[in-house]
Design a protein around this ligand. Structure first.
Ligand code: PGA
Length: 217
């Protein structure tokens, strides 16, 4: 199976013009997760979202629901990214509600889990908690797990492939989902993570040549 490559653009780029430029030069084999506002304006590649709300509609100013994303053609929704957990105080219960609603809308949740540097010594218990709570009442075969050690995100300091493989095996001993690796992936190190089912790529995905090389590993 070809690895699944998901591009997480985060809060970038600043304009639709730049978004269209990056998008048009990105490999067809990449699932692109742009900011919400750009999603309806980008056509031709598989699309995902970086987040969603946990209700379908109603008086929730500023939120975007899974059914809205579905109606725009999204196939995947990233849920529980560490930046959402940290800056927006998302906890495992909120994340579980999002996972369930994404599935109900027939899209695939990409549930992000990972330990901070401080939590590294008790990594297994942190991951187990994030996974068990995030997947409560969910058929794990229908979702994708992204292992993203928080200390490896945006740092040029990826988790070593040996260490990442150990974590992958641990996750697979608990749940039967596909597992991606994410955290400072670039075109030079992407091939080191072929034990995973694919990659979640942040910074490097904004450079079309980089993400296209990653998609061709
Ligand atoms: P990075 O981000 O590739 O820039 O480290 C990955 C992510 O946050 O999904």
């Amino acid at each position: 199976m070809k690895p699944l490559i998901i591009a997480n653009w985060k809060c970038n780029p600043k304009t639709i013009k730049e978004a269209k430029r990056i998008f048009s030069k990105t490999s067809r084999n990449v699932v692109v997760c742009p900011p919400f506002s750009f999603i309806p304006l980008l056509k031709g590649l598989s699309l995902g979202a970086q987040n969603c709300f946990y209700e379908e509609s109603g008086p929730y100013t500023g939120e975007v629901s899974p059914s809205m994303l579905k109606s725009l053609g999204c196939k995947y929704v990233i849920v529980g990214h560490s930046e959402r957990r940290r800056h927006f105080k998302e906890n495992n219960d909120i994340i579980n509600k999002k996972v369930r609603l994404v599935l109900k809308n027939k899209m695939t949740p990409v549930l992000c889990v990972g330990e901070t540097l401080k939590e590294k010594k008790r990594r297994k218990s942190v991951l187990r908690k994030q996974l068990e709570s995030g997947l409560k009442g969910v058929d794990s075969k229908k979702i994708i797990i992204a292992y993203e050690p928080v200390w490896a995100i945006g740092t040029s300091n990826p988790c070593s492939p040996e260490e990442a493989l150990k974590v992958r095996l641990f996750i697979s001993s608990l749940f039967s989902s596909k597992v991606l690796y994410g955290g400072s992936v670039n075109s030079s190190n992407a091939k080191d993570y072929l034990d995973f089912d694919g990659l979640l790529v942040g910074g490097a995905s904004l450079k079309p040549e980089e993400i296209t090389k990653i998609a061709n590993i």
